[in-house]
Write a protein that binds this ligand. Structure first.
Ligand code: ZN
Length: 327
């Protein structure tokens, strides 16, 4: 569904990417990750987007040691004039992890980042919770906030979460199976899905705050964004957006509101503010959902199990053919 709306003057959005250096369900090799990084950064630069990338340092490891080739991918982000920040070491879920262990993982997520940033005269300034899980009770939430503040990190909120990871999984699996028509279909559905998400959150913001907040978009460092970020950026420009730093977005007064949200759902900040202000659940109705066919292609549910099984068979066949070719 394409949502046509007249561009409002002065819309602003900060764009953030999680799970750096790269996240993929089908490709783990350095060459693929470097290609995804290079292509994504090219599109980011083409639209002069001052993005922030949130890193899981565990993704830098190869056989248990830090892989310099993957650290170089982070340098590519800094070379492009972008900022890096912490997304925990191992992408732990705060809602499934004792707070002591989670805190240790936050600290363990910093050393490579701090070193890279320091070498450029920059500091580590932001933290993003995996799954946007910020704590199911206020005591845990406040304890983690205090740790982050002591380490000089502000929490990076999200107002627009588009579930790009589901589209990326569907896309990667289609490519792996050689179904390029399906991959293209997923990529095209992705761009219109993101546009409908923006239309929803612009409206939600107007209804809740009386104006459109400076939005913060959550994306991931994945193949579908390498392919389609250029199209996404064009779409956002058409809607009247300029790309701003996360710092500029967070200077919007809305982000200073007291935040008592402590529930299991990793929802966006506009929704949190609405619930904090006592709005009923139905105030949030109408958020576009990721189409079911994309979820299935991503491997969700029993039909998704078939998709994953086909991918496994495909990989096994390719391995056997590779062995025959080598013999
Ligand atoms: Zn993440």
């Amino acid at each position: 569904m394409i949502v046509r709306a007249l561009p409002a003057a002065g819309r602003e959005v900060a764009v953030t990417f999680d799970d750096l250096p790269v996240v993929s369900v089908t490709r783990w090799d350095v060459a693929s990750h470097r290609a995804i990084t290079t292509r994504l950064l090219y599109a980011i630069a083409a639209h002069a987007v001052p993005a922030v990338g949130f890193v899981n340092e565990e993704n830098l490891l190869a056989d248990g040691v830090t892989d310099p080739a993957r650290v170089d991918m982070l340098r590519q982000w800094l070379d492009a004039g972008l900022e890096l920040a912490n997304h925990t070491f191992a992408h732990l879920d705060l809602h499934e992890t004792p707070i002591e262990r989670f805190e240790a993982d936050v600290v363990r997520g910093e050393p490579v980042l701090r070193e890279l940033l320091r070498a450029r005269g920059m500091a580590l300034r932001y933290f993003r919770h995996p799954y946007l899980h910020t704590g199911t009770d206020l005591a845990t939430k406040r304890r983690l906030e205090a740790l982050l503040a002591a380490r000089g990190c502000s929490i990076a909120p999200v107002t627009v979460d588009v579930e790009d990871y589901l589209f990326a999984q569907a896309y990667d699996r289609a490519v792996e199976l050689g179904r390029h028509g399906m991959a293209r279909q997923v990529a095209e559905a992705f761009v219109s899905h993101v546009e409908s998400k923006f239309a929803y959150h612009e409206d939600l913001s107007r209804r809740l705050l009386g104006y459109e907040v400076r939005q913060v978009l959550l994306l991931h460092a994945n193949s579908i964004n390498a392919e389609r970020f250029d199209a996404l950026a064009h779409m956002l420009e058409r809607r009247g957006y300029t790309f701003v730093t996360l710092e500029r977005a967070l200077a919007d007064g809305a982000y200073a509101a007291a935040d008592d949200y402590a529930r299991p759902d990793g929802i966006g900040w506009l929704q949190r503010w609405a619930l904090n202000r006592g709005r009923p659940e139905h105030f949030l109705d109408g958020e576009p959902v990721t189409p079911r066919w994309v979820r299935v292609r991503a491997g969700e549910g029993w039909e998704g199990r078939i998709v994953r099984w086909m991918a496994r068979m495909h990989r096994a066949r390719r391995r056997i053919m590779g062995m025959k070719a080598a013999a």
